[in-house]
Ligand binder design. Structure first.
Ligand SMILES: Nc1ncnc2c1ncn2[C@@H]1O[C@H](COP(=O)(O)OP(=O)(O)OP(=O)(O)O)[C@@H](O)[C@H]1O
Length: 812
């Protein structure tokens, strides 16, 4: 066999050397690739990995038995009965239970990677038994007659969780451990000690395939005296070509070097990641959450919040963290679900959204919160019997009192005690002529006694409830539906036309909170802050009562376990997190930034986004609010540059729209090419033409066609105004096909996408071209575009916005 040293490495498939060789499916030199093709070699390699996987499973089973034993042993200790033994038992049961859960849940697809490494520079080993040196020893590579040759000194298997054998030798290294980093980071330009990187695919306990990449293709590497075989076409390509379902998969086996840099970035700051569509921003953000938990679980016990733009994207991504062995500590929330007890997924029309999202709303809401205190049905005078006579405070004095109370800066609901105090002062003043104490000390005592008497009077408390009620955020929003009142609160802040739009949109709100839009939720959250929540005495908990009665220790084991499993009801939703990850950050409005910011006042942050996909019309305003929220924390910027989702044929079309939407933007480079050019259909929409089918018929037929052509999902993207009718167009075609409004397509992907009437999508809002760019970048395999009136298709049916020399003429 010829030595590898003889062969120069083949250049990457397309473009210049990328940030990572995997990106280009680093073409292996002919020799090793052919070596891998032999069926016997592949079979032998798979058998070898199967042997290792079997050993891992045997060890896992032992660990599970250990955990089960701990559980049952701990349960038995209950018979000892002393308080100390009970506490010890509970701790053991808890630890063993967690361990067992992790082991069971991570059993599937447990092991996925392997690296074969040269001898490390200094030979030192870390706590997991792996060599710590990133660089090879000076004498790791030697020359013989055939060229460079080296021995493989260490082989590490990488998996979802670390497993040691009985001798504490690592059978599997946790993917987040430092020793696993070279699996993700090594490139042929900087291979470090890695000679071969292998991705192992398994089904259940059976290894079904291996995909190798050679990081030092010129080197002849020997493992146990035999030349290292290389099998398969590379893991990344194998993974990207697979059909998509309605759930995102983790990318743990094929994270690329530039992505790994982000995932493992130190957290003591703001990690800012930008990258075009399909560059893995969402995937990277989720893997980063898992990494942070691994790296400092105690710190992130304070919770990690992942903010996502839509509930669709939340449900699409929800499975990724459990597949990485992390649950519980991470909350993934859509922007419409961030406020406890509220869930909104309806959208305002762009002109209304623009008003509601603007930071100007903060001022309007502050005024509205105070203004909403005043209602027409409120009592006009306060009248109480005290000191043996009826005391009255009239409307004028009441107005003065209200103004005096409101001169305080505290949240409105927290000003109630101050209102109570000033009202009692007013009553005391009204009683002035009957008080008659000259001695200041006597006078003060009489005043105090007077206050105590009055404060408990039903007439007084009823008045206070009506005159200074505790206001709920929703009440204020509903009060803003009155255009006249809103006009007052919004004076010189929001123009009259916008006031009308805003009040009209708020008229749909019902008293029980139905009709809330996603943008209303940020307003509610702002109002919560401006209004404040008065502290209430906590009802005594069950545990407290039991402890007070001295019966805590006589409850049964089952009682106590059931109680421990119950969620802590009175704690409510967490509102302050240790780390906040914002996905699709370009879409947050200023008001949404304020809402998210309140959940991470002491947090570190990871913010991922793509300005070119922003559906928000005033990016500068949002950027200013984002800066205010992130404050002066140091920023660590990263850029992801490779599009893993779209084939180049689809990306090319999307790039034409990007050039119109943001001429200065550089699109990410597509990593794959399928040879499948996008398909164009024209629907003329000409009324009265008998031969012209309905748009519904054309969409349905094209969707059915795409369903035939791909194995996985098909997304039908329409303008937001058509999202409901579009669902009826494709009804009955099965759950592989989904209809979406353009804003709902954010972050999602489908094997095939049908984009309906691009000009209509682009015309829907000031950010329409960027929204269209999002719609065009959802497909992993095929794209069909239906042109309609306004699209000005050319002879091939290509809408003018998507044509090679596209200009804005078609926008109308
Ligand atoms: N290293 C990788 N290995 C395998 N698949 C990857 C890798 N990186 C990204 N992908 C896949 O590429 C697709 C796009 O990833 P993702 O949705 O995270 O991109 P994004 O940057 O958030 O896109 P968008 O901006 O359009 O929302 C997903 O299917 C993801 O699994």
């Amino acid at each position: 066999m010829a030595g590898n040293g003889e062969r120069p490495p083949t250049p990457p498939v397309r473009g210049g050397p990328g940030p990572s060789p995997w990106v280009y499916g680093w073409p292996l030199p002919e020799g090793p690739r052919e070596r891998g093709r032999g069926l016997d070699v592949r079979e032998r390699e798979i058998r070898g990995e199967q042997g290792h996987l079997d050993a891992v499973y045997r060890r896992l089973e032992e660990k599970i038995h250990e955990a089960e034993f701990l559980m049952s042993d701990a349960a038995k200790r209950v018979q000892v009965g002393t308080p100390g033994a009970l506490a010890e038992r509970d701790a053991l049961v808890y630890r063993a239970g967690r361990h067992l859960n992790r082991l069971n849940s991570e059993f599937e697809d447990f092991l996925f990677g392997r690296i074969d490494l040269l001898l490390g520079k200094d030979g030192t080993r870390g706590p997991d038994g792996a060599q710590t040196s990133v660089d090879p020893a000076d004498d790791a590579v030697r020359e013989d007659a055939d060229g460079a040759v080296a021995d493989i000194a260490e082989t590490l298997h990488i998996g979802r969780m670390g497993v040691l054998d009985t001798e504490y030798v690592p059978l599997v290294i946790d993917w987040r451990a430092p020793a696993a980093a070279p699996f993700y980071r090594a490139t042929p330009v900087t291979p470090g000690r890695v000679v071969r990187r292998r991705v192992i695919r398994s089904k259940g306990r059976r290894v079904v395939g291996v995909e190798d990449d050679l990081l030092r293709p010129r080197l002849r590497a020997l493992l146990d005296g035999e030349e290292l075989p290389v099998v398969g076409d590379g893991a990344l390509m194998a993974s990207l070509g697979r059909a998509r379902g309605h759930a995102m998969r983790d990318i743990v086996a094929s994270i690329q070097a530039e992505q790994d840099e982000v995932i493992r970035a130190p957290a003591a700051s703001v990690t800012e990641v930008v990258g075009g569509p399909g560059t893995g921003k969402t995937a990277v953000a989720l893997h980063r959450a898992a990494y942070l938990l691994y790296q400092d679980r105690r710190r992130y016990a304070g919770g990690i919040l992942v903010v996502s733009p839509t509930p669709l994207l939340v449900s699409y991504t929800e499975g990724v963290l459990p597949s990485l062995g992390e649950e519980g500590q991470v909350a993934i929330r859509a922007l419409g679900d961030l406020v406890e007890g509220v869930s909104a997924d309806s959208y305002d029309e762009p002109a209304v959204a623009r008003v509601k999202g603007s930071v100007r709303m903060a001022r309007v809401l502050a005024r509205a919160a105070r203004g909403a205190l005043q209602r027409e049905d409120q009592p006009q005078q306060l009248s109480v019997v005290a000191l043996g006579r009826r005391l009255t405070v009239g409307p004028e004095r009441l107005a003065d009192v209200r103004q005096a109370v409101l001169s305080g800066t505290a949240p409105v609901n927290l000003l109630r005690p101050r209102a109570r105090r000033l009202l009692i002062d007013a009553l005391w003043d009204a009683a002035d002529e009957v008080r008659g104490h000259e001695d200041p000390r006597m006078r003060a005592e009489a005043r105090e006694a007077f206050g105590e008497d009055v404060a408990d009077e039903a007439e007084f408390t009823d008045f206070l409830d009506a005159w200074w009620p505790e206001i709920a955020p929703l009440e204020v929003l509903r009060a803003m539906a009155d255009e006249r009142r809103l006009g007052r609160w919004a004076r010189r802040v929001v123009p009259q036309g916008d006031v009308r739009r805003l009040s009209r949109s708020l008229r749909r709100l019902t008293a029980d909170g139905r009709g809330l839009s996603v943008h209303d939720v940020a307003l509610l959250d702002e109002l919560r802050t401006v209004l404040g929540t008065p502290a209430r005495p906590k009802p005594p908990s069950e545990e407290h009562l039991l402890a007070e009665l001295g019966v805590a220790e006589v409850t049964t084991y089952a009682d106590r376990t059931a109680r421990a499993a119950r969620p802590p009801a009175e704690e409510g939703e967490r509102t302050d997190y240790a780390h906040v990850i914002v996905d699709e950050a370009q879409d947050l409005t200023p008001m949404q930034w304020r809402m998210v910011g309140r959940r991470g006042r002491r947090a570190t942050w990871t913010v991922v986004g793509d300005p070119a996909q922003s559906s928000w019309s005033d990016p500068e305003e949002a950027a200013a609010e984002r800066s205010a929220v992130l404050g002066n924390r140091p920023r660590r910027p990263f850029e992801l540059t490779v599009n893993y989702r779209n084939p180049s044929e689809v990306a090319e079309v999307a790039d034409r729209v990007l050039a119109l939407a943001m001429p200065a933007a550089t699109p990410p480079r597509a990593v794959r090419s399928t040879g499948l050019v996008p398909r164009y259909r024209v629907w003329s929409g000409a009324a009265g033409e008998a031969a012209e089918p309905e748009l519904a018929t054309v969409v349905r037929a094209e969707t059915a066609r795409l369903l035939d052509e791909v194995e996985g999902t098909v997304g039908v993207v329409v303008a937001m105004g058509r999202r409901r009718e579009a669902a009826t167009w494709i009804a009955g075609l099965g759950d592989r096909a989904v209809a979406l409004g353009s804003l709902e397509a954010k972050g999602l992907e489908y094997d095939a996408t049908l984009v309906v009437r691009p000009a209509e999508i682009a015309d829907e809002s000031p950010a329409g071209l960027r929204v269209l760019y999002v719609a065009l970048t959802r497909a992993t395999q095929r794209l069909t575009v239906i042109a309609g009136p306004g699209d000005e298709p050319d002879a091939e049916g290509v809408p003018s916005l998507l044509a090679e020399s596209g200009d804005l003429a078609g926008l109308g």
